[in-house]
Design a protein around this ligand. Structure first.
Ligand SMILES: C[S@@+](CC[C@H](N)C(=O)[O-])C[C@H]1O[C@@H](n2cnc3c(N)ncnc32)[C@H](O)[C@@H]1O
Length: 459
């Protein structure tokens, strides 16, 4: 894979909350890992600046086939890096826009009263905020259990502080202290500076580096072991591996994604996580037939579609109006999101669907859910998800408060949105998920369990 494409794939993986820059770089197929790492880090560092320049130059509107992550990498190289070397068919395209991009970049510097590129970074709130958020780590119960993990970490000098009681103690989290999350079982919380990418438990798939908000969809879908689940837009697969853990690898996950490169990363990730109940398909979810007998037992669908990623801290606004997804882009994304949610609801045995995005835009969240509920004329209802969660859906329609929002300010996570829809006449064959009913998860006093051997193969 060429450097720019590989860097774009890593950025895309980060946006999808796979969570670890290093692991994505190492699992990419690009051989010069150092070169790739440096390019991704620098592009990330200037992410908000690049969003602003790309937005004001209207590059993505003019070049509809240019994907946002690739655009960001190319524009970084063009304006801040070593100039475009390679770039294939995009090189002449970027050359056409070079003057405009340079002008917008210069305009931004004038506006900020800075002359050096570095000085543009100082007022990049997203990057600063992201760096200060705690690190969330999901214990992969397909490979280990909470108690063994905590013991292992303690032997290494980490200090376990029990269940976290509130955001203030997490804001103050430092050094080798770590907590158990107050609402999510098996989610550990470390200080912002903690880097576990090289940790043997991570390398062995016992730990999954996953933002807390990104753990909500699978947890709220709560498929019982033995059930059949569709993960409609699955790659790179952190939520799929979470689903497999909830299923205890019993039952079936049908995982679809359009992007073959991301699916390749996903296959590696699932194998490492010990997932053996998942069938991966490089298919458009919209063309998966609900009447196909293979899906006749599917009662649960997780829909985490492509979105603007506006909730990712590094993409947050650097100044009012700059870096926000354009109305045209939001419109196109919301169109796809509506079609995908509507399609999910057409599976005949469906009981519950979780819809999630890492966007903070109402157009991609509450508006999509409202329209699809209206369209379905009462066949599905919104479930009041996780009542103890502090941040709720924007009150744009009656019942929107049943949805969940997440943000760096309120929940110390990336910006996120989750809605849980259930069939209204559902004689739910599955247990009501405790987290929908508002109960906190049982207090942790983890008992030692025997570790089971898992089949590492992923079909
Ligand atoms: C937000 S990411 C999914 C992240 C994933 N759920 C996870 O937790 O790792 C959205 C994914 O949707 C995929 N996608 C976009 N359109 C699709 C479609 N029509 N059918 C299937 N997948 C699609 C993209 O390739 C991308 O990998």
């Amino acid at each position: 894979m060429a450097l720019y494409g590989a860097a774009a794939a890593v950025l895309s993986g980060l946006e999808a909350h796979q969570g670890s820059l290093k692991s994505l770089v190492y699992s990419s197929r690009f051989q010069n890992v150092r070169q790739l790492y440096a390019l991704v880090c620098e592009t990330q560092r200037y992410s908000a600046v690049l969003d602003a320049v790309i937005g004001s130059a209207r590059l993505l509107e003019a070049e509809k086939k240019l994907k946002p992550h690739l655009a960001k990498v190319l524009v970084y190289e063009l304006l801040l890096g070593r100039g475009l070397r390679g770039g294939g068919r995009w090189k002449p395209v970027l050359s056409r826009h070079k003057a405009r991009l340079q002008a917008e970049f210069a305009r931004l510097k004038v506006k900020r009263c800075v002359s050096r590129n570095e000085d543009l970074l100082e007022s990049t709130p997203g990057a600063v905020q992201e760096a200060r958020l705690p690190r969330f780590v999901r214990v992969n119960t397909l490979k280990t259990n909470l108690s063994d993990t905590i013991d292992y970490l303690k032997r290494e000098g980490y200090s376990y502080q029990g269940r976290a009681s509130g955001p203030d103690e997490l804001r103050a989290l430092e050094g080798k202290l770590f907590f158990l999350d107050s609402l999510l079982p098996e989610l550990l919380i470390f200080s912002s500076g903690t880097d576990l990418h090289k940790h043997p438990l991570y390398q062995a798939g016992h730990l999954i580096l996953q933002d807390k908000a990104s753990c909500l969809p699978a947890m709220l879908l709560a498929p019982p072991p033995g059930s059949h689940v569709i993960d409609a837009c699955a790659a790179p697969g952190n939520k799929t591996s979470h689903l497999a853990a909830l299923l205890k690898n019993q039952g079936k996950i049908f995982a679809f994604d359009l992007d073959a490169g991301r699916l390749a990363t996903m296959a590696t990730l699932l194998t490492r996580a010990g997932v053996s109940c998942c069938e991966i398909a490089n298919e458009d979810f919209l063309s998966v037939s609900p009447s196909d007998p293979r899906y006749c037992r599917v009662q649960y669908i997780l829909l985490d579609p492509s979105c603007s990623g506006s909730g990712m801290a590094s993409r947050q606004l650097e100044e009012p109006g700059a870096g926000t997804p354009s109305q045209a882009r939001l419109h196109a994304l919301a169109g796809f999101q509506r079609r995908a949610l509507s399609h999910a609801l057409s599976f005949p045995a469906l009981q519950r669907v979780v819809y999630s995005t890492c966007s903070v835009c109402q157009e991609e969240n509450e508006d999509v859910v409202r329209d699809i509920l209206e369209q379905n004329g009462g066949a599905f209802r919104l479930v009041h998800a996780l009542p103890l969660w502090p941040q709720r859906g924007l009150g744009t329609f009656p019942g929107a408060e049943h949805c969940i929002r997440a943000s760096p300010e309120a929940t110390l996570t990336g910006g996120f949105f989750v809605a849980v829809l259930e069939r209204a006449d559902g004689k739910s064959s599955s247990p009501e998920p405790q987290l929908l009913a508002g109960e906190p998860v049982p207090s942790v006093a983890p008992k030692k369990k025997k570790r089971r051997r898992q089949n590492a193969s992923t079909t």
